[in-house]
Write a protein that binds this ligand. Structure first.
Ligand SMILES: Cc1cc2nc3c(=O)[nH]c(=O)nc-3n(C[C@H](O)[C@H](O)[C@H](O)COP(=O)(O)OP(=O)(O)OC[C@H]3O[C@@H](n4cnc5c(N)ncnc54)[C@H](O)[C@@H]3O)c2cc1C
Length: 391
């Protein structure tokens, strides 16, 4: 029986069914092929664009749906149920971490050239903040964009960039005032086939179907029109948009844990030991009760944070708590679940094995758990307050 929800209407439920169908029919059957290829085919972006999945929160003028945020929540929850962290990363980075900056602060020209084709799935987007020498400490990035007439000349390197080798463009974080610290950071859209760019694919422990790259920029010329918003305001744009990034990560972590629990419940009802289903052993049942409780508590907090987000609140504390708690929870839960698969849990043929590897990235990518604790401590202990940046 359907339970009443504070957040989801019948329309959201219908949309959930259509995303679930797409994932079951057009994604899950390709898991082995995409994981082995270490990437997803570009045609998947095209297909998702066609289905309207890549522009859910964006304006209809650029091909988006202008849908309320709960459609995005549904989409991300269903996406994560595919059990393939790499695919989930490729899509969520494109839609919620790279092009959102253009939608929020980009000019109409940038929106027409980059946002619209990204929503249609014709161009794939990446976001590049991390560098070989600095990740967490964003204000210390060294890549520069120095003005030369009506162009910026970009030099530097970025690493761990999702969608980096096959992506068409990147929302790039650079210093436009190298001595300016946080006040010298800007966001610029760069075509990834520009002369002077070298892309190298990286080998990862998990998230195999995502395409992760190191990208070098040697005297890359980019028109000044490709600047997003106001020069030297990029750090503050990032700090605000990272709340969405963290919320997106939290939504998917909960869903990733939930699907792992579902696989485990099926297995507990199949596997027998000592003459009974292993789901009848109290030692296992109590652990499962703990896991189910953790997931449910996390889900309620994440949904509440989503609601605050839809009210236009600055939710730095809650988004950081959600990212911290859910990514650590997902890791713990999947570890517990894998244990109940016995030896099969260690075999690549079982999705729980991939989920275990994939969950490890959750407490690192998009801001580490240590950095989440730092942010939360600043708010809780030092009473630091955050203001909206885009305004
Ligand atoms: C699979 C994957 C995909 C990624 N995709 C992208 C992407 O698309 N775009 C992008 O820009 N980046 C991406 N990243 C990079 C990711 O965001 C960074 O790895 C992360 O922010 C940490 O930065 P770092 O690796 O440089 O670690 P560092 O910042 O060097 O940190 C190293 C260790 O020190 C700890 N530490 C650092 N500062 C503090 C502090 N103040 N207090 C306590 N501990 C601290 C960290 O928590 C960590 O444990 C990705 C990473 C991975 C693994």
């Amino acid at each position: 029986m359907k339970r009443p929800s504070l957040y989801f209407t019948d329309d959201h439920d219908l949309f959930r069914q259509s995303v679930r169908q797409f994932i079951e029919k057009e994604v899950v059957p390709h898991t082995e092929a995409w994981e082995t290829a270490r990437r997803i085919p570009l045609s998947v972006f095209g297909r998702m664009g066609e289905l309207g999945f890549l522009g859910l929160p964006y304006a209809e003028a650029y091909g988006g749906s202008g849908a309320d945020f709960w459609f995005s929540v549904v989409f991300l929850e269903e996406l994560a149920r595919c059990g393939m962290g790499g695919f989930v990363t490729a899509v969520s980075v494109h839609e919620y971490m790279a092009i959102n900056h253009i939608a929020k602060a980009g000019s109409d020209d940038l929106k027409a050239r980059y946002l619209a084709p990204a929503i249609a799935g014709q161009k794939v987007a990446a976001l590049a903040i991390s560098e070989p020498d600095t990740g967490s400490d964003v204000s210390s990035i060294r890549s520069t964009a120095i003005k030369d007439g009506d162009h910026y000349i970009i030099n530097g390197a970025k690493t761990f960039i999702s969608n980096g080798t096959y992506g068409d463009f990147v929302t790039l974080t650079v210093k436009t005032r190298p001595e300016g610290g946080a006040n010298g950071v800007s966001l610029i859209v760069v075509d990834l086939d520009s002369p002077g760019i070298t892309r190298t694919k990286l080998n990862k422990m998990g998230w195999h179907s995502s395409d992760t790259a190191e990208i070098r920029f040697d005297d890359v010329r980019v028109p000044v029109e490709n600047l997003i918003g106001v020069e030297n305001s990029g750090f503050y744009y990032l700090m605000e948009s990272l709340q969405l990034e963290r919320l997106v990560a939290a939504i998917m972590a909960v869903s990733g844990a939930e699907v792992a629990l579902d696989w485990t419940l099926d297995y507990l009802n199949e596997r027998e030991a000592f003459g009974k289903k292993i789901g009848k052993f109290q030692a296992i049942r109590h652990k499962i009760a703990d896991v189910a409780t953790e997931i449910e508590m996390a889900k309620q907090f994440v949904h509440h944070t989503c609601w605050l987000f839809t009210q236009g609140e600055v939710v730095v504390k809650e988004c950081s708590m959600a990212k911290l708690y859910t990514s650590e929870m997902q890791k713990r839960v999947i570890d517990t679940c894998l244990q109940f698969f016995g030896g099969y849990g260690f075999m690549e043929d079982y999705p729980i094995c991939r989920a275990y590897r994939d969950a490890r990235a959750g407490t690192i990518a998009g801001g580490t758990s240590e950095i989440m604790r730092e942010i939360i401590a600043k708010i809780v202990v030092d009473a630091v307050a955050y203001k909206p940046a885009y305004a």
